[in-house]
Ligand binder design. Structure first.
Ligand code: NAD
Length: 423
């Protein structure tokens, strides 16, 4: 993606701004601006028709000063190395915001997984992890699922890596099925974290006595579980969408029933009792909370002036462009930024890794209560910084994260040479 919609340039710009605000020295700024390592691989897969196809794969490790790098693997036909760099940098910030002792990484393969047979998908997944194996490890870089990948793919990857190493290595990826060392609660962790930040925001905005109406773009892992948890808490889910289109019912939609419909018809569209809408209309619908839970750049300067929600909770990564951020700020709409809002996923991934390393497993209740504490604490810390420095939540979260990473680097370096500008 070129120009202003290039999320790598956008993410760098946002980080640049906070590094200026923190007065970091030029060398440190340059160091944090770029990834530490970019790995590009060619994946050779024999297709069902006997032909060989070659797919491009990437793994970007942005920063490991606070711990091993961590981040998902995305299978999508639109993946570029710039997207992966941006998402890796976001992971560095995300783990720092919630205080999880990891750095940031991301990976991806340029492929439409829906066009592969199950056997082809398995072959590609195994090939990818084996090609990455010289550069990953339980103490160095730990992948996880992202868009287009899932626990089954993590199971194949764990198996391929374990066979190569000669012993079972469950800690090499997170987001595995529970039977292979996955954590209780991992499936819904991102959404449970999103919901926790929404509850905190409603309290801060004195909106906790209303019955909030919610619109959600995307009905995959993040979108569905957000809808389900909020519905169970008494919120009204009035609109949801996926790649096929969207549905709207001001009386409320039952997420579990929509999922069952989607499982049989492959889209949320045509669910009974709902009006059809498209994904752009969903962004402008009259609601209290808007949850983008699909892709990047979904709220831009064109639709930001028409958003009616009072809170936007970024379950997706980078769904709001910098231009839209300014418009939403001016309109007093609270944006809970991705690096805080969807950090529940990496937090429970961290719990999974800890459990794998110790071979000692926690209950669902233990996982949920530890996650809730971290999300509530992180929201309060970011909200306090936003208030003190009179900045929006994204800038506050980025300031907190960059400061934590810069502090880690600084402690490894002679302070006077590297850290803060003395002015
Ligand atoms: P997923 O593949 O399970 O679901 C994505 C959903 O978005 C699907 O329902 C798809 O149909 C829909 N979608 C795609 N393009 C769309 C469009 N243009 N309009 C409407 N819907 C569209 O992926 P996921 O794991 O739910 O991830 C969604 C977002 O959340 C991504 O940005 C991802 O990086 C972010 N995220 C996910 C996790 C996690 O643990 N799953 C953690 C952190 C962040």
């Amino acid at each position: 993606m070129q120009g202003e919609k290039n999320i790598w340039l956008m993410t760098q710009k946002r980080v640049e701004k906070t590094m200026e605000m923190l007065g970091l020295k030029p060398g440190l700024k340059e160091y944090l601006r770029e990834p530490r390592r970019v790995v590009e691989v060619s994946l050779r897969v024999q297709m069902d028709n006997g032909e060989i196809d070659v797919f491009k794969g990437y793994r970007v490790q942005h920063n490991s000063d606070r711990g091993p790098t961590k981040g998902g693997l995305r299978f999508s036909s639109t993946v570029t190395v710039d997207d992966v760099k941006a998402l890796a940098m976001l992971m560095t910030l995300k783990t720092a915001v919630v205080g999880v002792p990891f750095g940031g990484a991301k990976g991806g393969v340029t492929v439409n997984p829906k066009k592969l047979s199950l056997r082809e998908l398995e072959a590609l997944s195994r090939q990818f992890i084996l090609e990455l194996s010289p550069n990953i490890g339980i103490d160095t870089d730990i992948p996880a699922p992202d868009v287009g990948t899932n626990p089954q793919i993590m199971a194949w990857m764990t198996d391929a890596y374990s066979v190569q190493q000669g012993h079972f290595v469950p800690g090499i990826v997170t987001g595995k099925p529970v039977e292979l060392g996955g954590s209780q609660g991992r499936d819904e962790a991102t959404s449970a974290g999103v919901v926790s930040t929404i509850i905190s925001a409603l309290k801060e905005m004195n909106m906790d006595n209303i019955e909030p109406r919610v619109a959600i773009q995307g009905f995959g892992n993040a979108g569905f579980h957000c809808a389900r948890i909020l519905h169970d808490m008494g919120f009204k889910i009035i609109a949801v969408s996926d790649t096929g289109g969207g549905i709207y019912n001001p009386q409320g939609i039952h997420p579990q029933q929509v999922l069952e419909h989607k499982n049989t018809s492959s889209s949320v569209c045509n669910f009974s009792g709902c009006e059809p809408i498209d994904s752009r209309q969903l962004m402008e619908i009259d609601c209290d909370i808007l949850i983008p839970a699909a892709l990047e750049n979904q709220i831009d300067e064109d639709n930001a002036p028409h958003v009616k929600a009072r809170i936007i909770a970024e379950a997706a990564n980078a769904p709001v462009t910098p231009e839209a951020d300014e418009i939403l700020d001016d309109r007093g709409i609270l944006v809970i930024p991705d690096l805080l809002c969807n950090a529940g996923g990496v937090t429970v991934s961290y719990f999974e890794w800890v459990q794998n390393c110790q071979s000692y497993y926690w209950t669902y209740r233990e996982v949920s209560s530890k996650l809730k504490k971290i999300m509530e604490r992180s929201f309060s810390e970011v909200y306090a910084i936003a208030g003190e420095r009179k900045v929006n939540m994204r800038t506050a979260a980025t300031l907190l994260a960059v400061k934590r990473v810069a502090d880690a680097v600084s402690l490894k370096t002679t302070r006077s040479h590297c850290y803060l500008d003395q002015k």
